[in-house]
Design a protein around this ligand. Structure first.
Ligand code: ATP
Ligand code: MG
Length: 392
């Protein structure tokens, strides 16, 4: 039994949210033998086999689920029958204090919620030694829901990961490097219901196939939450080389990132992504000072979401470990930025200089070409497959 939590407060859009959640749960459980039913307050997954652990492992990664329970369903609503089942279920549980909580959505049921709880409490006290009621802090909470289609009994709940169902807010394009920050940024965006596609800039032969595979592996880790993920791969070598050969070195990173932003915006628009998401964090490196962010951001109109902008590196690392991307991120393969990093990148770049220096290269043509030739790979939790690049 799944409870929606924050979702159920989104009154106007509730059907949109629930339909998306249903799709996502179906996707997550597609290989398991289960039935799914849902209404505005609850979703019920019927286990056809004894596979709760497997189902639970999948549900733990579905955004939009705030809480779920193993509920036992009885078609029979007779008090004696219910009491007997509850006694049977709590027999193996260890507890000294308990509380019974009854909800009755079947208003025709002859016993009130309060009365029902009291009576079940009485049965437990009579049949089990050394236990007592504690309404404030019980070790065992016995939940009973009397619904039209039957009676549901469940105990202490499992917490879901919360957030919004992925996809309900549309799509975003994640700038995914092989580093620690961008996968975490991606995870946080997915958590708010943004379905991601990813974009990786490679610079062969300066960056290796291992570096690319590492990014695909990170994408695969994100696919767990994103259902699956489309990865766009842009060959950035020619543009980088042109910048290196023609522009003053302290502006290399500034100009390179302006090019990355331009390309990201075009790829985003071509794929109906409404925002760019990246792993920038205020002050982390020269290109992430507030001045740099202004000079870099000015080349695009699309909103740029920076989920880890205000996180300390250690906080980002904690999250990376939690979502299991950290060990992959620290594999020592070169990134296109690290190869071209100048000795003294400018910390406070000027708009005029950036605009002037980048005019030294024919970047519009180069961008057009890079996008035209780009490669697309769809990564799922278990496999990946190539697609045709979307043409300009
Ligand atoms: P990360 O931030 O992911 O740990 P990083 O710190 O090496 O990697 P930065 O140079 O700080 O990366 O770049 C900031 C952000 O720009 C990254 O988080 C990522 O979103 C984006 N970015 C950098 N390099 C690339 C790349 N090669 N491909 C795609 N996006 C990139
Ligand atoms: Mg970074």
């Amino acid at each position: 039994m799944i409870k929606y939590g924050e979702l159920s407060t989104k009154k106007a859009n509730i059907n949109l949210f629930l339909n998306q959640l249903k799709k996502n749960v179906l996707f997550a459980l597609k290989d398991l033998d289960v039935g799914i039913k849902f209404d505005k307050g609850r979703m019920f997954i019927t286990l056809n086999q004894d596979n709760f652990d497997e189902v639970s492992d999948k549900l733990k990664n579905v955004f939009g689920i705030h809480e779920y329970d193993v509920a036992y369903k009885l078609k029979e609503k007779d008090f004696e029958a219910i009491a007997k089942v509850i006694l049977d279920l709590v027999k193996d549980k260890e507890f000294k204090t308990f509380k019974v909580l009854t909800k009755r959505s079947d208003k025709k049921y002859p016993i009130s919620s309060m009365e029902f709880s009291r009576k079940i409490g009485g049965v437990l006290l009579k049949n089990i030694d050394d236990i007592k009621v504690d309404v404030h802090n019980p070790e065992l909470l016995v939940n009973i829901e009397i619904r039209i289609d039957g009676v549901y009994i469940y105990f202490n709940s499992e917490r879901g990961i919360g957030g919004y169902p992925v996809g309900v807010l549309g799509k975003g394009l994640l700038m995914l490097s092989g580093g620690i920050d961008s996968p975490v940024a991606g995870y946080l965006a997915i958590k708010r219901g943004v379905k991601l596609e990813a974009l990786y800039f490679e610079s062969p032969p300066h960056t290796s196939l291992e570096a690319k595979n590492k990014v695909l592996e990170l994408a695969r880790k994100l696919a767990i939450y994103n259902n699956d993920i489309k990865v766009h791969i842009i060959n950035f070598t020619e543009i980088q080389q042109a910048i290196l050969q023609n522009c003053p070195h302290e502006y290399l990173i500034t100009i390179m990132r302006r090019m990355m932003y331009r390309i990201s915006e075009i790829v985003a628009r071509n794929n109906r992504c409404k925002v760019i998401v990246n792993g920038e964090s205020i002050g982390q490196v020269a290109s992430q000072t507030l001045t740099s962010m202004n000079v870099i951001n000015e080349v695009v109109k699309i909103p740029v979401i920076r989920p880890v902008a205000c996180f300390d590196k250690l906080e980002i690392i904690d999250l990376a470990k939690q979502i299991d991307t950290y060990e992959t991120s620290i594999l020592p393969y070169e990134d296109c930025c690290t190869i071209f990093v100048p000795d003294h990148p400018v910390i406070n770049p000027e708009f005029d200089k950036a605009r002037e220096y980048e005019k030294l290269i024919p970047y519009e043509e180069m961008i057009y070409k890079a996008i035209k030739n780009h490669e697309v790979i769809r990564v799922t939790v278990n496999e990946e497959k190539e697609e045709f690049a979307d043409l300009l």
